[in-house]
Write a protein that binds this ligand. Structure first.
Ligand code: 3H9
Length: 704
C-alpha cells in the first residue's frame, strides 16, 4: 500500500474532503501522519479550495497515536507538528467525528478549527491509562476549549464522554442529526462558508486562569486515586504550569513530559496490558473456525454467581432462561437479577427502562430443566461439587438440543470429568466467571481434552458479546487464576506461621499496588471457601505440605470473615472496612508454640519478595505445562480477576522487568528453608540461567 492511500484528498467545488482510511481504528501511524501533512499542504496550495472537511472511513474517527510504534525509535513527522500545521492552515478545517475519538485523534480534532460529531460519538484523552499524557497539544488546547476543571478531569482520568456532554462542554460546535460524519462535516462547512467564517485557533485563544487552590485539591485527590501511577500527576502539573506560559512554551513542557513518561516502566507495563488483553482473544488454532449461534442461553443455578451471569447476559442482549430447584428459589433469583440490573441503571450503565424491558421480554426463571431444550448454550453455576455438577450435566445431556454448548462455571473441578457425564463431551467447556459476574470482566475459558474447536470459538464470541476479556486455560486444579492464587496465598500462610502477622502481610501486599491483601480478600470472600478446599484436598495432601492451622481454627470457631463480622479482621459499625483483631497475636502465638515454630520477623520487602516469587514460579509452571499458551494470558487473568496493579503489567511482565535470575535466586534462598514448597519451575530455572524472558514463551520461541 502506498502512503497516499491512507489519506485521500478530494475537492468538490470549494470544499476539500480529506479522508483517513487506516483500518481498523485509523491510528496515527507514521504513514498517516505523513499523508495528513501532505493533505494540509495541498489544501493551502489548492486555489479552488476554501474550506476542508477532515473525516475518517470505517468504524471510527482516529482512535489515537499508533500504540504499536511506542517504545520504538520515533519516525517524523511528529504528531505535535502535524497538529500545528493543521491548525496553522490558512483555510478553515472542520473535523467531522464519529466512533471513538481518542488521544491523538482528539488532539487532531482540537487542531482543526471547527468540530462536529454524529450521535453516538465518544471522545476522550485516555493517555494516562497507557502511562502517558496527551502529547500532541491536548494538555494545552483542551483547557482552552472546555475550561480548566473539565480538562483536568478528562485528562487525569482518561475517561470518555459522549457527544451530548462534549457539546455542553464546548468541545464540539455541533451535534449532527444524521449518522454520516462526512455529510455532517459538509453541512457544517457550507454553513461556515455562507457565514464567511475563517480559521479559529485554540492556540490563539487565551488560556483559562489557573487557580492554585483548585490545582492543589486535584493533586490531593489524584495522589489517592492514582496511587502508584506517575502519569496523572505529571499531566496535572503540565496543564497547570503550561497554561501560565506562552502557548509554544506550554507545548515544549508537554513534549518533555510526554518523552519522560515514554521512558517509564509504568508506560511499558500499561501498554503491555493493552496488547495482552487483545492478544488473549487471538487463537491460531481457531482461524477459520466459525462459532456456533448464541442468542438464547440457559443458566442452571440462581445463587449469586448464576444471578450475575444472567444479569451480564441480559445486558449483552441475550435471552436468558434461569433454572432453580423450585419456584421460591427461582423467584428469589429473579429478584436478585432485578436488583443487579437496577444497580446498573443507577450507575448510568443501563438506560432507565432497560431493566424492566429485559426482564419482561428476554428473561424467565423456572423450576424445570425442560425449557433448556430451546437454548443455544447453558452455563451451569450450581454448588461446587463434582457429584452435583455431573448430575446436572447428565440432565443437560438429556434435555438440550444437539449442538447446544454445555458450559460449567466450576472454579476448580476437572472439566474432563464433568464432560464425561455426558454422551457429548465435544460440546462441553468451562466458562469460569468471576464474582460479581455482572461487573468483573474476566472469563477463563477452560478447554477440556475433547472440547470441539467451534465450541472454543463460541466461548470467545460469548466473551466478546458480554464485554468480557476471555482467556483460554487448560484443565488443572484451579485453572490459571485460582492456581496462582493458591500459590501466593500459601506463601503468605507460611510467613504467618513463621512469625508475620496477617496485617503485616496485607499491608505489604497493598503497598505493592493490590487493592487488598490476601487476608482482607479471604474475609471478603468468606473463609469457609478456602476451608472447604483444604478439606477436599486433605486426603491427598503430601506429608511435607504445611497446613495453615490458624485459618482452620478461625473457621472452626465461627469466624468466617465479613459475613460473620469477624475473620482475620473485626467488622462493626466503627470499622466497616475491618480493624485488626487484638486476639490474633495470642491465637497465632499458641499455634506456633504447638508446632514448635520460633517466630521471626519479616520486613515488608521480604514479604513482597516471597509473595511475588510464589506467584511468578506458579505462573512459569502453568506456562510450562501449556495450561496457559502465553505469559501475557496469565497477566490478563491476574489483572482482571485478582487485583494485580495494572501499572505493573501483570506478574509475568513484572518478573521479566525484575530479571528472572534475581527471582530464581530468591527462590533458591527460600528453598533452603522449605524445599518442598519452593521447588523452582524448570522453565523459570532454564530461562534464568539462559537469560531468556517469560514473554518469549508467548511467541513460542522457548517452548521445547
Ligand atoms: C496517544 O494518542 C498519544 C498522543 O497523545 C500523543 C502522541 C505524540 N494503536 O480494542 P479493539 C488495534 S496514545 C494501534 O479490539 P474495539 C487493537 O490492538 C493512544 N492499534 O476494538 C486491535 O488490533 P487487533 C490513545 C490500535 O472496537 C484493533 O485495533 N488512544 C490502537 O473493542 C481493534 O481494537 C487509545 O488509547 C492504537 N491506538 O475498541 C485508544 N487502538 O485486531 C486505544 C486499537 O490486531 N484503543 N488498536 O487485536 C481503544 O481504546 C480501543 O481499541 C477502541 C476500539 C475503543 C478504539
Amino acid at each position: 500500500m502506498t502512503e497516499q492511500s491512507f489519506v485521500s484528498y478530494r475537492r468538490e467545488g470549494a470544499i476539500a474532503f480529506i479522508e483517513i482510511d487506516n483500518p481498523p481504528v485509523n491510528a496515527l501511524s507514521a504513514a498517516v501522519r505523513q499523508g495528513l501533512s501532505e493533505a494540509v499542504a495541498r489544501l493551502a496550495d489548492d486555489p479552488e479550495a476554501r474550506i476542508a472537511v477532515l473525516s475518517c472511513a470505517g468504524r471510527t474517527f482516529i482512535a489515537g497515536a499508533d500504540i504499536s510504534e511506542f517504545g520504538k525509535p520515533p519516525v517524523p513527522p511528529f504528531l505535535p507538528d502535524v497538529v500545528a500545521a493543521l491548525e496553522a492552515s490558512p483555510k478553515p478545517v472542520v473535523a467531522a467525528l464519529h466512533g471513538t475519538v481518542l488521544g491523538g485523534g482528539l488532539e487532531i480534532a482540537l487542531g482543526a478549527h471547527y468540530r462536529v460529531a454524529v450521535p453516538g460519538t465518544r471522545m476522550g484523552l485516555p493517555e494516562v491509562s497507557l502511562g502517558l499524557l496527551p502529547g500532541a497539544g491536548g494538555t494545552q488546547r483542551l483547557p482552552r476549549a472546555v475550561g480548566l476543571d473539565a480538562a483536568i478531569d478528562l485528562i487525569t482520568s482518561g475517561r470518555q464522554i459522549g457527544a451530548a456532554t462534549a457539546l455542553e462542554l464546548g468541545l464540539i460546535d455541533r451535534l449532527a442529526d444524521g449518522t454520516d460524519p462526512r455529510a455532517a462535516g459538509e453541512a457544517e462547512a457550507r454553513r461556515l462558508l455562507a457565514e464567511g467564517c475563517g480559521p479559529r485557533r485554540l492556540s490563539e485563544t487565551p488560556a483559562p486562569a489557573v487557580d492554585p487552590q483548585a490545582v492543589a485539591e486535584w493533586r490531593t485527590r489524584l495522589s489517592r486515586s492514582a496511587r502508584g501511577q506517575v502519569a496523572p500527576l505529571r499531566a496535572l502539573d503540565t496543564i497547570a504550569t503550561g497554561l501560565g506560559l506562552p502557548f509554544a512554551e506550554g507545548m515544549g513542557l508537554e513534549r518533555r513530559a510526554f518523552l519522560d513518561l515514554m521512558q517509564t516502566p509504568e508506560r511499558a507495563a500499561l501498554i503491555h496490558a493493552f496488547f495482552a488483553e487483545r492478544r488473549a482473544a487471538q487463537q491460531d488454532d481457531l482461524a477459520g473456525v466459525a462459532p456456533r449461534t448464541i442468542g438464547r442461553i440457559g443458566v442452571v443455578g440462581g445463587g449469586t454467581m448464576g444471578q450475575g451471569i444472567a444479569a451480564a447476559a441480559l445486558t449483552a442482549g441475550l435471552d436468558v432462561t434461569l433454572v432453580e430447584r423450585d419456584d421460591t428459589a427461582a423467584d428469589k433469583a429473579a429478584g436478585g437479577i432485578r436488583g443487579m440490573l437496577d444497580g446498573a441503571v443507577k450507575r448510568g450503565k443501563l438506560a432507565a427502562d432497560a431493566s424492566e424491558r429485559m426482564l419482561a421480554q428476554a428473561f424467565r426463571a423456572v423450576s424445570s430443566h425442560d425449557p433448556l431444550a430451546e437454548v443455544d448454550l447453558v452455563i451451569e453455576a450450581v454448588f461446587e461439587s463434582l457429584d452435583v455438577k455431573q448430575q446436572v450435566f447428565r440432565t443437560l445431556d438429556r434435555v438440550c438440543r444437539p449442538g447446544a454448548v454445555l458450559a460449567t462455571n466450576t472454579s476448580y473441578l476437572d472439566v474432563n470429568l464433568i464432560a464425561a457425564a455426558t454422551a457429548r463431551p465435544r460440546d462441553v467447556i468451562g466458562l469460569h466467571f468471576f464474582s460479581p459476574a455482572n461487573v468483573m470482566r474476566l472469563l477463563e475459558i477452560v478447554v477440556a481434552d475433547r472440547t470441539a474447536p467451534d465450541v472454543v470459538a463460541t466461548a470467545f464470541a460469548l466473551a466478546r458479546k458480554m464485554g468480557k476479556v476471555g482467556v483460554r486455560s487448560g484443565v488443572c486444579d484451579g485453572f490459571i487464576g485460582n492456581r496462582m492464587m493458591l500459590a501466593y496465598r500459601t506463601a503468605a500462610d507460611h510467613m504467618v506461621l513463621d512469625g508475620a502477622s496477617p496485617y503485616e502481610v496485607d499491608k505489604a501486599v497493598v503497598a505493592l499496588g493490590f487493592p487488598m491483601g490476601p487476608y482482607q480478600v479471604g474475609d471478603l470472600a468468606g473463609l469457609d471457601i478456602g476451608y472447604a478446599t483444604r478439606q477436599r484436598k486433605a486426603p491427598t495432601r503430601d506429608a511435607r505440605e504445611r497446613v495453615p492451622v490458624f485459618a482452620d481454627r478461625l473457621v472452626e470457631s465461627g469466624r468466617l470473615g465479613r459475613k460473620t463480622g469477624r475473620g482475620y479482621y473485626i467488622y462493626d459499625q466503627d470499622s466497616p472496612q475491618g480493624r485488626p483483631d487484638p486476639e490474633m497475636d495470642d491465637l497465632l502465638a499458641g499455634i506456633r508454640s504447638d508446632l514448635g515454630i520460633a517466630p521471626r520477623r519479616f520486613s515488608a520487602e521480604e514479604i513482597q519478595s516471597r509473595y511475588m516469587a510464589a506467584m511468578v514460579n506458579e505462573g512459569a509452571r502453568i506456562l510450562d505445562e501449556s495450561i496457559a499458551a502465553r505469559a501475557s494470558d496469565i497477566d490478563v487473568v491476574l489483572l482482571h480477576g485478582y487485583g494485580f496493579p495494572r501499572w505493573k503489567g501483570g506478574p509475568m511482565h513484572w518478573a521479566d522487568t525484575q530479571g528472572l535470575d534475581r527471582i530464581a535466586a530468591d527462590i533458591a534462598r527460600f528453598a533452603a528453608e522449605d524445599p518442598y514448597f519452593w521447588q523452582i519451575s524448570p522453565l523459570l530455572a532454564r530461562l534464568a540461567a539462559g537469560g531468556g524472558t517469560l514473554a518469549d514463551i508467548s511467541t513460542g520461541k522457548d517452548r521445547e
